[in-house]
Write a protein that binds this ligand. Structure first.
Ligand code: ADP
Ligand code: DP6
Ligand code: CO
Length: 366
């Protein structure tokens, strides 16, 4: 029988070999957090290696709210590689998954980290997100970070594995670390310097909170991978963005370093707006935000104007759902503002930071 570990917060657990009645199996269960970019990644310079056109910066959320949990198992008794996502079997013969596995095995062979025979054993993956999948809440980030994590632990890999997670989904490399994380775009053709690293730990700015407003939990019409491809191919505004981002990265790093919320908020909102502008400038245009998303934008600007400085920052990934950054002391007032203008009405238009219960829970990022 397979023995699954009880997941713990933030740690990933390595189970010993499970041997019973001649069945050999190695398993490992991990959990991984989502991250919300404040300087967005949008556009690749190499599709298979998943190398970005620009560097990006994000904050990693506490796993108490939104997380992926993945169990990986290998055994000579398995006949095929298989993967279940949220209880439904998905294909494993995708370029992303195959590249991730190939990189992992290659690294493991180089490090002689586990018995060679393990590579001929088939793999079973069982993964579950406790928040909407493919709805612009970074499920691919938590999902592929978790897959890379659990396999790396299983194969006893050493060293940075953010570039392995990156093969699955670019944003996943940033979920490997807590706090504020930068994904350096790198300059090498083989992508070996396109890795994530922590800029500041979560303790650097403990007053900073993240609030997620779920506008829709439905799967997006254009997945991020396809969306950014159309943008890179067709948007002339995107060329301007690529020239501008390096300065923004510097400014954002400095705002975080100084804990300058006003500047941090301005840069965050401008970068989100620019992401959605290049999406609209794509041909055919891609629109991820809805009327409700735009009303949230309007509300935040009105609130900040009233306060005479930026108290809240919105950011939207490739989806309609808002992520608000704010300082702890403003949380209560902003929550009442949001519930006043956007009263929770049910499963598709609710206000929460994690579990799909409709409850209001505030998430201190980690
Ligand atoms: P999101 O905005 O949620 O990141 P994407 O379009 O980037 O949306 O990616 C969504 C896709 O990521 C899903 O359709 C699925 O293929 C993959 N994915 C999401 N969660 C997981 C997971 N836990 N394990 C493996 N793959 C996942
Ligand atoms: C808008 O990492 O999901 O969330 O690398 O093709 O899987 P792929 O795309 P993905 O794109 C994320 C785009 C974003 C911004 C960000 O997270 O930086
Ligand atoms: Co994604």
């Amino acid at each position: 029988p397979i023995v699954y570990s009880a997941p713990t917060d933030h740690t990933y657990i390595n189970l010993p070999s499970v041997m019973s009645q001649g069945v050999v199996m190695e398993t490992c269960t991990c959990t991984a957090p989502v991250n919300m970019a404040v300087i967005k990644y949008w556009g690749k310079r190499h599709k298979d290696l998943v190398l970005p056109l620009n560097s990006s910066i994000s904050a990693t959320l506490d796993q108490k709210q939104l997380r992926t949990k993945t169990t990986v198992a290998i055994s000579p008794s398995f006949e095929d590689d298989r993967l279940w996502l949220n209880g439904i079997e998905e294909r494993v013969d995708t370029v992303r998954i195959q590249n991730l596995l190939a990189e992992l095995r290659q690294r493991s062979i180089e490090q002689q980290s586990c018995p060679q025979e393990w590579f001929s054993w088939k793999l079973h993956v069982c993964s579950e997100n406790n928040f909407p999948t493919a709805a612009g809440l970074a499920s691919s980030a938590a999902g592929y970070a978790c897959l890379a994590f659990s396999l790396a632990v299983l194969y006893r890999l050493r060293g940075d594995i953010s570039d392995i997670a990156r093969r699955g989904s670019g944003s996943a490399c940033r979920s490997m670390y807590g706090g504020f994380v930068i994904w350096d775009k790198g300059t090498k053709a083989d992508g070996t310097d396109s890795i994530a690293r922590q800029l500041y730990p979560e303790t650097h700015w403990p007053e900073l909170h993240i609030l997620i407003l779920v506008v829709s939990d439905q799967k997006k019409h254009t997945c991020s991978t396809a969306g950014m491809e159309v943008t890179v191919e067709t948007s002339s505004l995107m060329k301007q963005r690529i020239r501008l981002v390096p300065d923004r990265i510097k400014e954002m790093t400095s705002a975080i370093e100084k804990r300058d919320f006003h500047k941090f908020a301005e840069l965050t909102m401008k970068d989100s707006n620019q992401l959605h502008a290049v999406c609209l400038d794509s041909y055919p245009p891609i629109s991820y935000m809805t009327d409700v998303s735009r009303q949230i934008v309007h509300m935040v600007h009105e609130y900040n104007k009233l306060k005479g400085q930026n108290k809240v920052a919105y950011t939207f990934d490739a989806g309609p759902n808002a992520c608000l950054y704010l300082i702890e002391e403003d949380v209560a007032e902003v929550v009442s503002l949001v519930t006043h203008f956007f009263p929770p009405i049910g499963p598709t238009e609710e206000f929460y930071t994690g579990l799909p219960t409709g409850s209001v829970a505030l998430d201190q990022f980690q």
